[in-house]
Design a protein around this ligand. Structure first.
Ligand code: GLY
Length: 348
């Protein structure tokens, strides 16, 4: 992973290091307009052919893959071609997947343009698409050849989307320990061009990179990255069912509070960090569209979670900042108590 204020120059270096039979740029309708101009010099200089798909998570499906594989065929792509994925998590997920499967695999690099993709989605090689109504059900783990992170793309993001990605940075901070968590706090307001923002991104992303290096296929340690995600995914799905859509990171932020409460119930000791993080999230993040009548639906969504083993809902719980326990289970009553806890916070 390279962090730079000049993604165009880094892209040139990568392209010139090796001989590719052809070059392709995958973007969506938003990133083509807002982000492609930043690398337009390279696109022109190296005759990079563009593939553009509709923006939005609904595009991340098998029909779009078929369309893209057909395009690559028509444009004579082969195993020695390079695909450059320019966009948020939707683009890096589907782009990594089509590149990994086309003719059994061509090289790809990611240029993430959202905070969520920079901090999380473009790092660690998880690629894939949604299937039926479930997210990321079909995919592969295959690392990109390089990830070019440039804070300058964050200027194209609105505050809500910035905060969504920032929730994953908070999660990395909590995994890294109390000091790593504290370092994260000032960056609730982005300062894209400052050097300390670059070093914040570098340190925060390296927390994930170290975990992925130990356990790329999520047998054990990588499950640390699932903190807040079991209840978070359920809140996200519920919000879609209710047509009051929460962004992924917003749901994860509230999921982290609920799962810190759950940790207190399961381990019998309140994590010291809980009061601080709950007031921080309640202050900055929009509340989930939930009430007590939704608890059964939330539980049944959690029972479908792809992290479960033998039908038991699986959590990664934080005992304290820096101390996590993977493969934790909880009783339905404990889960409901945790949901009640965030419901109360939403009312206050
Ligand atoms: N987003 C969690 C992971 O990459 O494992």
């Amino acid at each position: 992973m390279i962090i730079t204020q000049n993604p165009n120059a880094i892209l040139d270096t990568i392209i010139e290091k090796q001989t590719y039979s052809s070059l392709y740029l995958l973007s969506d309708s938003n990133t083509y307009t807002k982000c492609m101009p930043v690398i337009a010099d390279s696109v022109k200089k190296y005759n990079i052919q563009t593939l553009t798909i509709t923006a939005g998570e609904n595009t991340k499906n098998i029909d779009t893959c078929i369309h893209l594989w057909e395009q690559l065929n028509e444009k004579m792509a082969d195993r020695h071609s390079l695909l450059i994925n320019l966009g948020g998590g939707m683009i890096t997920d589907i782009g990594g997947f089509i590149a990994s499967t086309f003719k059994r695999g061509m090289s790809f690099i990611n240029i993430p343009t959202s905070m969520l993709a920079m901090i999380d989605a473009s790092i660690g090689g998880k690629n894939g698409i949604n299937f039926g109504s479930y997210k990321n059900q079909i995919g592969v783990i295959n690392e990109p050849m390089e990830v070019i992170v440039s804070p300058i793309f964050l200027k194209t993001l609105d505050r809500r989307n910035y905060l969504s990605g920032y929730a994953e940075a908070l999660k990395h901070g909590l995994i890294g320990g109390k000091d790593a968590y504290k370092v994260t706090i000032p960056f609730i307001s982005p300062s894209y061009e400052r050097d300390d923002f670059t070093s914040f991104l570098q340190k925060n992303i390296s927390i994930k990179e170290k975990i992925v290096a130990i356990d790329p296929t999520e047998k054990a340690d990588r499950k640390a990255l699932n903190i807040g995600h079991t209840i978070g995914h359920a809140l996200e799905s519920l919000s879609h069912n209710k047509n009051e859509v929460m962004l992924h990171g917003e749901a994860v932020a509230w999921g982290m509070i609920a799962e810190l409460k759950l940790a207190e119930l399961v381990f019998g000791k309140k994590p010291e960090i809980l009061p601080e993080i709950e007031s921080f999230i309640a202050e900055h993040y929009q509340q989930p569209p939930m009430n007590e009548n939704d608890f059964n639906e939330l539980l049944s969504i959690m029972k479908q979670d792809k992290k479960n083993y033998k039908s038991e809902i699986n959590f990664t719980l934080l005992k304290e900042a820096g101390q996590y326990k993977i493969n934790q289970t909880a009783t339905e009553n404990q889960i409901i108590e945790s949901l009640k806890y965030i419901c109360k916070l939403c009312k206050s």
